[in-house]
Design a protein around this ligand. Structure first.
Ligand code: DGT
Ligand code: CA
Ligand code: CA
Ligand code: ZN
Length: 574
């Protein structure tokens, strides 16, 4: 049983309780549990096996009740509470509710008037134009339902990078235990660091392919095997994701690694380049006529067409060949360049750990600094704090800093950008902080102009250092709010505000494309985790992958600077 499966049960329980107008604290508790579980790097089942209920209860956001549910799922595969909740709703209701833009009222109306109780039926009705006859279905509403259906169709079968990572890493670790395996590599969109991954592509060299196939199809992560051959197999994993494996002779490994890393347009471009040089590149190697001339390593493949190694994240079939030819490939930022995290939460707002625990975890990662940016007043649901409470937190940070060695906790806050663009902490308070990140957490559905003006006004505040998760999108869940990101980028440049790359796996916001735009405009970035628990500080790698796809280098990112330089950059706006 995978973490994502547990999380899904709790998301669903939260949703159903919310529909019943259940206790909002309970709803929040289930959501929090689900979110924390999704972002856990250890497996829940493993933790339970090693430490029982106690180990579960020690996790952030997991109380006794939820730990019991987890145990129940492990032992019986289901949760009674959830099953009985589901029974309280009409058939198809829950499926409909999963379409963004459809709430409970709409779902009931659709059922009553048009007998719609499945996505397929909804799609048909929408295509036939039947929705417009329903009471309250104006153009805007119909548009929203259509968009929801589209989003639903698009995300089908794509998984968050973090989920692919958890499986890929688990599988590779497990496979490495087998002595028959020499080289192993996960290729495909996962290796390119794409924000979502369709399936996992694994390549192996081995003298005993059959043994490898045996090991692969018997992995604990495997739900069922869909194809098993002497050198190729496909399986469906426990979360429904497909994984393919290929065993190759060492002679072909580099060429295959290159081919299966893709992407497809990149592959087509390199093949055309090869043809111009009288060569042929395939997944088996580089050929001149009938003669195999290269393919053991990816470097060899690139070299055969006169190019340096192009990092996987840049293999997008855009301008990477031009850059490579001109010797202008960026030297991409690496995880080890990061010296601290500038957006994190403690139990002063909705985080699961104390400031001290967060600081200890940051120190363990080798960081020099960690900004505590707990929520301000407006985000009440997230435990936002009043100014008075914040002042107490600042005192606590002073106390902690006087005890700590080798790491400095920076005073910060994540302030809400209110609908009119003002902030919910006064400048009097903000000026006492080292780091202020500002973000939109409410009123997402504003017209584009108004939202753009709202954000720009916040950037103009001289205490705001960072705009957090600038577009508000939630991958596979929510479209970004309507905002003129070009204008925001220019205003960031104008005001000396930094833009965040939020590493939370369902945010990755700024996206790779927007990172690239920001760099072109000379705007510096801050790659942060938005960690709500100490373990989540490790999410940084996903922000790094996203930035790398955007061609970002060490110097483009403020939190690669040593503390003194960072502070200078943070205070430069005042
Ligand atoms: P995904 O799995 O949808 O997230 O994306 P990828 O990029 O991992 O795509 P996948 O798994 O279908 O194939 C892995 C790589 O194999 C792909 O990035 C490029 C290569 N490839 C697959 N099909 C073709 C093809 O028809 N032509 C070329 N040139 N390359 C292909
Ligand atoms: Ca793939
Ligand atoms: Ca594949
Ligand atoms: Zn945050």
């Amino acid at each position: 049983m995978e973490n994502s499966e547990f999380a899904k049960v709790f998301w669903n329980i939260a949703e159903l309780l919310e529909l019943k107008n259940g206790n909002p604290f309970k709803v929040r508790a289930y959501q929090k549990a689900a979110q924390n579980i999704e972002n856990l790097s250890d497996s829940l089942a493993g933790l339970y096996k090693a430490g029982g209920l106690k180990a579960l209860e020690n996790l952030p956001g997991i109380g006794e009740a939820i730990a019991d549910h987890i145990e129940e799922i492990i032992k019986t595969g289901k949760v009674k509470k959830y099953e009985s909740l589901v029974k309280e709703f009409p058939k198809g209701f829950i499926e409909m509710m999963q379409v963004p833009g459809i709430g409970p009222k709409t779902a009931l109306l659709l059922k009553k008037k048009l007998k719609i109780d499945s996505l397929a039926k909804l799609r048909r009705a929408s295509n036939k134009g039947l929705l417009k006859d329903l009471p309250g279905f104006k153009e805007k509403k119909i548009e929203n339902v259509k968009k929801g259906l589209e989003l639903k169709a698009r995300v089908k079968g794509r998984f968050l990078l973090s989920e692919a990572d958890r499986y890929a890493t688990g599988i590779v670790d497990e496979m490495k235990k087998h002595k028959e395996i020499d080289q192993i590599l996960t290729a495909g969109s996962y290796r390119r660091g794409q924000e979502t991954v369709g399936d996992i592509d694994i390549l192996v060299t081995s003298k005993k392919p059959e043994a490898v196939m045996e090991a692969f199809t018997n992995l604990p992560q495997v739900e069922r095997t869909t194809a098993k051959g002497p050198t190729r197999s496909s399986v469906v994993l426990k979360n429904g994701m497909q994984a393919d494996i290929r065993v190759l002779p060492p002679k072909n490994f580099g060429a295959a690694a290159h081919y299966f890393t893709g992407n497809k347009p990149h592959n087509i471009m390199i093949r055309e380049l090869a043809i111009k040089k009288g060569l042929k590149i395939s997944e088996y190697g580089v050929m001149r006529g009938d003669k195999w001339i290269a393919g053991r390593t990816e470097e060899e493949v690139f070299k055969s067409v006169g190019l340096p190694f192009i990092p996987p994240e840049l293999r997008q079939g855009t301008n990477e060949f031009e850059l490579a030819k001109a010797g202008k490939l960026p030297k991409l930022i690496e995880l080890s360049d990061i010296r601290g995290d500038l957006h994190t939460h403690s139990n002063h707002s909705d985080g699961g750990n104390t400031i001290e625990e967060m600081a200890a975890a940051a120190k363990e990662l080798g960081y020099e600094y960690l900004a505590m940016t707990d929520h301000s007043i407006t985000t009440r649901v997230a435990g936002g704090q009043t100014e008075k409470v914040l002042l107490k937190e600042l005192d606590e940070i002073d106390r902690i800093n006087s005890k700590l060695n080798g790491i400095r906790v920076l005073k910060g806050a994540e302030v809400d950008i209110l609908p009119d663009g003002s902030l919910d902490f006064s400048d009097e308070i903000l000026k006492q902080l080292d780091v202020v990140t500002a973000s939109v957490h409410s009123n997402f559905k504003m017209p584009r102009e108004k939202m753009t003006r709202r954000i720009i006004r916040a950037l103009q505040n001289k205490y705001v250092n960072i705009l957090s998760h600038p577009t508000g999108r939630l991958i596979n869940q929510r479209e970004p709010y309507e905002v003129d990101i070009e204008k925001v980028i220019r205003e960031a440049k104008e005001t000396g505000t930094y833009l965040e790359v939020n590493s939370y796996p369902n945010r990755l916001d700024l996206s790779d494309i927007h990172c690239r735009r920001a760099k072109e405009e000379g705007v510096l970035l801050s790659i942060n985790t938005d960690a709500h628990a100490a373990l989540q500080l490790r999410l940084m790698k996903y922000g790094i992958m996203t930035a790398r796809r955007g061609g970002i280098e060490k110097n483009d990112v403020i939190n690669t600077r040593p503390l003194a330089k960072l502070l200078k950059l943070l205070y430069a706006k005042r």
